[in-house]
Design a protein around this ligand. Structure first.
Ligand code: NAI
Length: 398
């Protein structure tokens, strides 16, 4: 019988509980089903579909709007008892099994979304087996590296400040420690690398390839998740390298909008709220902001997990009547986070935090840690321990 152990290196999860991942996918499906159905797209491509925002998007659209979905992600399967693979691998499988039970198409491509080959394979599949066209393309990729498909050069992103170093408190979930970190300003090379990896270039390449192949339906929509944040995290996010990458996505949205005009298509930047994900847990200082914010938002009844936030985005905003846009045309579901009283209370709260009290009921470290654990299949509500062998895990097909 396999033993699943939660192991961390800093704020990176190393262990996985495949059965817990499956239960969490089922929990999210249940959440969406309890909200009932909504009118939405029927053929959806999600790039970055295996965890957090991308997975939640897939679940909401499939089980809320009855969409067939293609999910592209980069995940690892099990090799042996010590190398069980990644959570996203098992999320993909759990999603496909549940969707197929409801006669929905759920095709998984597990490969490098940045390559030309991946784009062509997905296009061939859309043409030959997916009805020929998609009406929504969701770009929800987060990565630390990208190989340029034309030059073969590999770029690395760096989450850094610009100009001046930033000094502030951070949390290490492995040691349950609250400590002071100094974030050095990025070099020109790090700025360029982050733009290449987390900017909008690959989103644009996907949309150009899909348009060129004539697999975009008339009126197609493409969404891309951004984050703007507030003065509390601007020095290291909005005003740092990631902020530049997100601004690049704003620019690429304009380019995409221009070339989609003849098919009445639209590129939509969605400024999403701060949530606990694999990607956000390694942003320096961000966990401290989150435990303050989550505490305040939980008390106000506005704290959301990815599935809650994403389902509200598509059900109520994109395909509903409650959309809120800013002057730049971006969709702003993050208005609950940005609410002035929420921000003022969060600021006051995080100023009081220190080594001794960050893990008490003063803040929401407990919520952050539980949400982080759930990403790898631990601390999942409704999970019941079961026996499973490595052979059984290896036999699962994505
Ligand atoms: P995540 O780390 O949970 O998911 C990233 C996804 O990208 C996974 O499905 C992964 O398999 C896939 N991926 C990574 N490299 C790939 C590659 N080379 N080829 C194919 N797939 C690959 O990330 P998260 O946090 O859900 O982020 C998604 C987007 O949402 C990002 O643009 C992020 O900036 C944005 N966002 C996140 C917020 C947060 O608080 N986590 C807030 C607002 C926006």
């Amino acid at each position: 019988m396999l033993k699943f152990e939660q192991k961390l290196r800093g704020n990176v999860a190393l262990g996985v509980n495949p059965l817990g991942c499956k239960q969490e996918v089922l929990n999210q499906i249940e959440y969406v089903k309890n909200k009932g159905t909504y009118q939405g797209p029927k053929k959806v491509l999600i790039i970055g579909a295996s965890s957090s925002y991308g997975l939640a998007t897939r679940i909401s659209l499939a089980f809320g709007a009855g969409a067939d979905t293609i999910g592209v992600s980069y995940e690892k399967g099990p090799k042996n008892e010590r190398s069980l693979g990644t959570a996203g691998w098992y999320n993909n499988i759990a999603f496909r099994e549940a969707a197929e039970k409801e006669d929905l198409i759920a095709k998984n491509f597990v490969q490098d979304a940045f390559s030309h080959e991946s784009k062509q394979e997905v296009i061939e599949y859309i043409k030959n087996e997916f009805g020929g066209k998609v009406d929504l393309v969701v770009y929800s990729l987060a990565s630390g590296r990208r190989t340029d498909p034309d030059t073969g050069e590999t770029y690395t992103s760096a989450i850094k400040a610009l100009g001046e170093p930033v000094v502030g408190p951070n949390i290490n979930m492995q040691n349950q420690d609250f400590y002071t970190e100094t974030l050095e300003p990025a070099t020109d090379q790090e700025i360029a690398g982050t733009l290449k990896v987390m900017g909008g270039e690959d989103w644009q390449l996907w949309m150009e390839a899909l348009k060129e192949a004539d697999v975009l339906a008339d009126g197609v929509l493409t969404t891309n998740y951004s984050y703007l944040g507030t003065e509390l995290n601007r020095p290291y996010y909005g005003g740092g390298t990631l902020g530049l990458a997100k601004a690049d996505c704003d620019e690429k949205a304009k380019t995409i909008n221009a070339f989609l005009a003849d098919i009445n298509g639209k590129a939509q930047i969605v400024v999403a709220t701060a949530v606990t994900t694999k990607a956000s847990s390694v942003i320096p200082f961000f966990p401290v902001y989150c435990i303050g914010l989550y505490k305040v938002m939980t008390e106000k009844g506005t704290h959301e997990t990815p599935i809650m936030h994403i389902d509200r985005i598509y059900r109520d905003m994109v395909y509903g009547t409650k959309a809120e846009y800013d002057e730049a045309g971006r969709l702003r579901p993050d208005s609950w986070e940005l609410d002035s009283d929420t921000q003022a209370q969060t600021k006051a709260l995080i100023q009081q935090l220190n080594k001794e009290n960050f893990n008490t009921e003063l803040a929401a470290y407990d919520i952050l840690y539980k949400e982080f654990s759930i990403l790898s299949g631990f601390m999942v509500d409704g999970y019941i321990e079961q026996d499973v062998t490595i052979e059984e895990l290896k036999a699962l097909e994505y």
